[in-house]
Design a protein. Structure first.
Length: 350
């Protein structure tokens, strides 16, 4: 229970259905002295909201201290990825490495059979193969299956998403009808632990020794300007480059980040187009394909899934070939493969 409307309604629905429900909230950083160095993620106010909802629906509520795990598995990875010239996806890391892995263990301690969250996704059991399938949420504008691609079969077996088959507005309507105190609470930002979305300042504070200035260069190596650290850039970025002009006077985009020499490579938008990628740490939700498999693939949360062919490689890797060029395939983001609304699998873009 994060203190938001989605997880609150998820808990209320389960109570209404007759389940024995225990509310758990995650404390992710020390708040004993009013610390606010993180953003809106599980703030003291959110924890209070979760407790108020638990009281309203008459379930026990516990706050679990996950400060160490969150720092080790999510925040440290976020900082390391940016300083290595990659663009991380902490929400997916948090879901698989922290929420479902650690909470499943805690649930067993409570004698609970499942872990429920407020994610907009759905889980089904394939009657033919016995595998658990992960599908998009019914409200495609809120669908979060992309962030859950790395859930294992064991984690999916105990995962419950009570709001996954509902539109967002009906979730709020339900919360209002039940007089839940968070019915009209705004949604939190995606990367909730970074204050004001200022990634650069957050990373500079967490890893000042990793921040090195460097050069902004054209594709042919011509130096066009300087920068204060590659952590300030991501593939496809156009604004904030600090260039007064380009050799062609056309808009310039970030094409590549090279942490070894501190170079930010820029060029025209057309140079961002690619048709192939490889992904590592691939998790196959459906059976691992033995040959080429036709799918549609999503390379970031708001990317329109595009037709492609995926092929499993050795070492939990996969090769993906799109039918048409895609813009800004970004190392560190997730490539998630879909068959209709069902997740085939996914991995981290190399």
């Amino acid at each position: 229970m994060s203190g938001g409307v989605d997880s609150s309604v998820a808990a209320a629905l389960l109570v209404e259905q007759g389940h024995d429900v225990i509310g758990l909230s995650m404390q992710l950083y020390d708040q004993s002295e009013g610390q606010t160095s993180f953003g809106s993620c599980c703030s003291i106010d959110d924890l209070h909201d979760a407790r108020r909802v638990a009281a309203a629906i008459r379930i026990p509520h516990y706050i679990m201290n996950f400060e160490r795990q969150f720092n080790e598995q999510v925040v440290s990875n976020f900082v390391a990825e940016y300083t290595a010239g990659r663009t991380p996806l902490p929400c997916a890391r948090c879901n698989s490495d922290l929420k479902f892995a650690t909470l499943a263990e805690r649930a067993q301690g409570f004698g609970a059979d499942a872990v429920a969250t407020g994610h907009y996704a759905r889980v089904f059991r394939d009657g033919r193969t016995g595998r658990y399938l992960l599908r998009r949420g019914a409200d495609l504008s809120k669908d979060q299956a992309y962030f859950l691609f790395s859930l294992t079969q064991e984690q999916l077996a105990s995962a419950v998403f009570p709001v996954g088959d509902r539109p967002k507005e009906s979730v709020r309507d339900y919360a209002r009808a039940r007089n839940l105190p968070v019915a009209d609470k705004p949604d939190s930002q995606e990367i909730c632990f970074v204050p004001d979305n200022d990634y650069a300042s957050f990373i500079r504070h967490r890893a000042p020794e990793a921040i090195q200035p460097g050069a902004i260069v054209a594709q042919d190596g011509t130096v066009l300007g300087t920068h204060a650290g590659i952590h300030r850039f991501t593939i496809g970025q156009r604004k904030g480059l600090g260039l007064t002009s380009s050799p062609t006077h056309a808009p310039m985009y970030v094409l590549a980040l090279k942490p070894a020499d501190g170079h930010v490579v820029v060029g025209p938008k057309m140079a961002l187009e690619r048709t192939t990628l490889t992904a590592a740490q691939v998790n196959w939700v459906m059976a691992k394909p033995t040959g080429d498999r036709r799918i549609v693939a999503q390379i970031r949360h708001r990317h329109q899934a595009a037709p492609a062919t995926v092929r499993a490689l050795e070492g939990e890797r996969a090769e993906l070939v799109f039918d048409t060029p895609q813009v800004a395939i970004t190392p560190g983001q997730a490539a998630v493969f879909f068959d209709g609304d069902a997740v085939v699998g996914g991995g981290w873009i190399e």
